[in-house]
Design a binder for this molecule. Structure first.
Ligand code: GUN
Ligand code: FE
Length: 444
């Protein structure tokens, strides 16, 4: 196998534990065959035997972060971000289902590659994604994900109640299961595990008990992920209560269907009782917290401290298109803002620090997806999923004296969370392979 060896010099910042921000000024990271093989002070690493044959990338003043992890987003919805002014259920009916209905054939083939390019441009290296209900929308999504080089978990949207497709209602359930299983067998674990499958029953409002139970069984048989939405909005909860009268609560509907597993990622989880939080913790399912979406749709303020205290693994999600951007820096900022808003009503609620929001978008996301051993930090042995940020592009003035040397790790992180975005992404890597490079970056 050809040896692929290179080094990056910059301000390396990561967070191995919740709240513990680690910064290495003038650091070097050496990547060999897709893995981090050395991290340390640049001058020391360059002098060490490890540096022999290393090709050093020229990037100027960059901060080096672990690639950002988006635990919940919707491929067919990106075209209609920032549309609509209503709550969840009318928004889905009026703004989303009409767009997902069209996400097939040539439209999907044009949009899917761009969607993954945009993720990479925003510094996202791993994403857990919903396709539309069509098998081809998911195949096209996987082909684009494969070509993008990103680490993607994707699944065909499953719904058999009030679906937007053309199928006879009697056939919807069996076709949805058959197609999902076929997609899983084709894609789960492809490209040495870079692509994985998630069985994706939309939520209890649009899924029969049989669909949810069968999806859970198939996911278990295939070792695939499960993803769904839970307790996002009060009207939704009321609907689920009316549909599933015998259930104790919304979470119980999923428990009874076998959907709560260690490979399950639950989007939102805003309006949960203590019983439900404890049940999720006991099942080892994870939560994708989607604060930009929750603010955009007016869904509510997630009780992050309570879910964390129960021991639930939590990552962040852009939830495009209910979240108006793929930008995970903006999602971190909104996560901080949501907890701050809660403190206004209840001073006992702990504020969320920037380093903690950054944890949720990196190590926390990796934990939620069961990938903590592989990604999330800049430790030796991890797969080299990285995003490089041109910090100069985030400063208010282009004064060279203000460059990275004068900034602390907290300053750099704050600039990224409050002002970060694709305009400042210099380069993004997955398994040491460049998946996005800004046009203005020097060639190597
Ligand atoms: N609940 C069910 N479907 C969806 C969706 O597409 N987006 C959001 N935000 N919530 C949902
Ligand atoms: Fe969603």
């Amino acid at each position: 196998m050809e040896r692929h060896l290179f080094g990056i010099r910059g301000f390396a910042i990561d967070t191995p534990e919740f709240g513990a921000l680690r910064g290495r000024r003038d650091a070097a990271i050496v990547v060999e065959n897709g893995r981090i093989v050395a991290v340390g002070n640049f001058a020391e690493v360059r002098r060490s035997p490890r540096a022999a044959g290393v090709r050093w990338l020229e990037h100027g003043n960059v901060a080096i972060f672990p690639g950002l992890i988006d635990c919940h987003t919707h491929l067919p919805q990106y075209a209609v971000v920032a549309r609509g002014q209503s709550g969840l259920l009318p928004w889905l009916r009026e703004n989303i289902f009409p767009v997902e209905r069209e996400f097939t054939g040539p439209k999907a083939r044009v949009e899917a590659p761009q969607f993954f390019q945009q993720l990479a441009r925003h510094g996202t290296t791993t994403a857990m994604v919903y396709a539309a209900i069509y098998e081809d929308s998911c195949n096209v999504g996987f082909e684009a994900a494969r070509d993008s080089g990103l680490r993607i978990i994707l699944g065909k949207m499953m719904m058999d109640l009030g679906s937007y497709g053309q199928l006879q209602p009697k056939k919807i359930l069996s076709v949805s299961l058959l197609e999902s299983e076929r997609l899983c067998r084709r894609w789960h674990g492809a490209d040495e595990g870079r692509l994985e499958y998630a069985f994706s029953p939309r939520f209890a409002v649009t899924c029969s008990e049989k669909l949810m139970r069968s999806a859970a069984e198939l996911a278990g048989q295939c070792g695939a992920y499960l993803q769904t939405h839970l307790a996002e909005n009060r009207e939704e909860i009321e609907k689920v209560h009316n549909l599933y009268m015998p259930a104790r609560d919304y979470t119980d509907v999923y428990e009874k269907a076998g959907l709560l597993t260690p490979k399950t990622v639950l989007g939102h989880c805003i309006h949960l009782s203590d019983r439900e939080i404890n049940a999720i913790a006991a099942s080892k399912s994870a939560i994708a917290h989607c604060p930009t979406s929750n603010l955009f749709l007016g869904s509510g303020l997630m009780k992050l401290d309570r879910c964390r205290a129960a021991g639930i693994a939590i990552g962040l999600g852009s939830d495009v298109a209910a979240g108006p951007e793929l930008n995970m820096w903006q999602v971190m900022r909104a996560a901080v803002d949501v907890q701050t808003a809660r403190t206004f009503h209840d001073p006992t609620v702990p504020a969320l620090r920037l380093s903690e929001a950054f944890y949720l978008a990196t190590t926390g996301g990796a934990e939620a997806l069961g990938k903590r051993a592989a990604i999330g930090t800049l430790d030796v042995g991890k797969e080299a999923d990285l995003t490089l940020v041109n910090v100069d592009a985030l400063l208010p003035y282009s004064d060279p004296r203000e460059h990275l040397t004068g900034l602390s790790k907290e300053d750099v992180l704050a600039l990224c969370v409050y002002r970060g975005g694709p305009h400042a992404t210099a380069e993004t890597f997955v398994r040491g392979r460049s998946v996005y490079r800004a046009a203005s970056q020097p060639k190597t």
